[in-house]
Design a binder for this molecule. Sequence first.
Ligand code: NAG
Ligand code: NAG
Ligand code: NAG
Ligand code: NAG
Ligand code: NAG
Ligand code: NAG
Ligand code: NAG
Ligand code: NAG
Length: 345
Amino acid sequence: MAEFIYLLNKDTVIIKPPKKSPLFLRTIVLLFAMVCGVYICIICLKQITSVTKIKFHNIQVIERPSADSSIVSRLEAQVPTLHYPKPETFSRGECTQNPVRFFAILSMQRSGSGWFETLLNSHINVSSNGEIFSAMERRKNVSTIVQTLEKVYNLDWFTSASKNECSAAVGFKWMLNQGLLEHHREIVEYFNHRGVSAIFLFRRNLLRRMVSVLANSHDRYAKLLNGTHKSHVHSQEEAKALSSYKPIINSTSLISDLKEVEMTALKALGYFNSTRHMVVYYEDLVTNHTKLRDVQEFLGLPHMELTSRQVKIHKGSLSDFVKNWDDVNKTLNGTEYESFLRADY
Ligand SMILES: *[C@@H]1O[C@H](CO)[C@@H](O)[C@H](O)[C@H]1NC(C)=O
Ligand SMILES: *[C@@H]1O[C@H](CO)[C@@H](O)[C@H](O)[C@H]1NC(C)=O
Ligand SMILES: *[C@@H]1O[C@H](CO)[C@@H](O)[C@H](O)[C@H]1NC(C)=O
Ligand SMILES: *[C@@H]1O[C@H](CO)[C@@H](O)[C@H](O)[C@H]1NC(C)=O
Ligand SMILES: *[C@@H]1O[C@H](CO)[C@@H](O)[C@H](O)[C@H]1NC(C)=O
Ligand SMILES: *[C@@H]1O[C@H](CO)[C@@H](O)[C@H](O)[C@H]1NC(C)=O
Ligand SMILES: *[C@@H]1O[C@H](CO)[C@@H](O)[C@H](O)[C@H]1NC(C)=O
Ligand SMILES: *[C@@H]1O[C@H](CO)[C@@H](O)[C@H](O)[C@H]1NC(C)=O
């Protein structure tokens, strides 16, 4: 640098050549360069620290558990694994190049999963194949479970819900008591290995769920709808007929029964903690349709309005649907479950 300036000075005719000794000039230039260097270093350091600060900030934003407890997954921000299955039974045709996501709806009976599944299946690219593990022989042991899962995720499982060629997400619903908790270790391993995303669907109001369980199991033999048992209905008349039965709730075991259901859900969440998952509550879906947008986002689907023809069976105050309501009211009064008495859904 010193030489460059020196040369410059020599070549410029207008500027008088410096009279001071070249050594003195060199020292000045050297000092100047040093000051410049130090200044540049300080600027750089400042920028680096602000960049790392931004990075940390971002990580915190991602990792901070959502204020909305319906999505507890730390991993939810990750994108779902993309698959390109090659079904044995048909060719994916025009959609061969379209990726497919694998999912499973993990739920409990009478938690709205039937309704939720019809909503999902109203999406042109979703195949949710129903409660395939209700059949005992498919969940006999881990190898029959894995065989069944392989067939589903290879798109070789056919139900009325199958979209075949152009599925962008394929799955089914799986109740916690259908071998899921029993074989949780192997299933979690399978989910993580194959990139299966889990959607937990739970109900907040476990008392309402209990009423639904009792009414549904009564209808299994009472068959209130013209002699056929129905778990889900499509008209107000059918809903009215089914809700005309008022179950008696065992108030002695009520609290421990509710606690047990709660614990089962927590156990499942604990077991499947390492999988990519989200938690959805039935009540939130009922009151807030943007929850369905979250689900579609979670599955990496193009967004669509989802619809279902199903009609809610027990609508209105729960006191109208329970025979021994006063008992139940007294039992839950002042307990952690008191809010179940009043909640609308
Ligand atoms: C699992 O069940 C199937 C069907 O009953 C049987 O053929 C198979 O041997 C069993 N596998 C194991 C590992 O027990
Ligand atoms: C969804 O399905 C439609 C019609 O079958 C198809 O044209 C489209 O490519 C599919 N989209 C995705 C993302 O798979
Ligand atoms: C029972 O069947 C009759 C005649 O088919 C029909 O009019 C009525 O709506 C049915 N009732 C219910 C509750 O489905
Ligand atoms: C209610 O629950 C208690 C405690 O579990 C049990 O002893 C009792 O037999 C139950 N009553 C009915 C009617 O099922
Ligand atoms: C899931 O794991 C994280 C940390 O690994 C832990 O903080 C969290 O409590 C776990 N959740 C459940 C439901 O066990
Ligand atoms: C509805 O759900 C969305 C997405 O989960 C959330 O951002 C919004 O706050 C919810 N609205 C209400 C009224 O709870
Ligand atoms: C509920 O509990 C409160 C006190 O905790 C009591 O004053 C009230 O009478 C109770 N109600 C019923 C229906 O038992
Ligand atoms: C429970 O019982 C109390 C006292 O009889 C009554 O005031 C309250 O409205 C009842 N709660 C419900 C949800 O019915």
